[in-house]
Design a protein around this ligand. Structure first.
Ligand code: ZN
Length: 95
């Protein structure tokens, strides 16, 4: 984990469970049930912490629900709900 300005940047390459805001900490099985379906990793997910800072997750595998939720909130520019999710994620990942 590193702090870049006010951002919290965390590389989740080695996290085996979904790093999204859902309550599941169940590890992904051999079958690729998380996104991306290819088995790779998304480069970065940005969750706002407050006005000028972000929780930045790098090398992400995420369950379908958390992925659609994120895309929906980004699409709707719903920063309040994204902020709420950043809190949930920090608790889940203990950051
Ligand atoms: Zn999830």
């Amino acid at each position: 984990m590193s702090y870049n300005d006010n951002n919290i940047v965390i590389d989740v390459s080695h996290t085996k469970f979904c790093v999204g805001p859902c309550s599941s900490k169940e590890e992904e099985s051999k079958v690729n049930i998380f996104k991306p379906k290819s088995g790779g990793r998304y480069k970065e997910f940005y969750y706002p912490l407050n006005k000028n800072s972000y929780l930045i997750l790098k090398n992400v595998r995420i369950c379908c629900d958390c992925n659609s939720r994120y895309l929906e909130f980004i699409d709707e520019e719903d920063n309040e709900r994204l902020k709420q999710d950043s809190k949930t994620i920090r608790k889940k990942l203990k950051i």
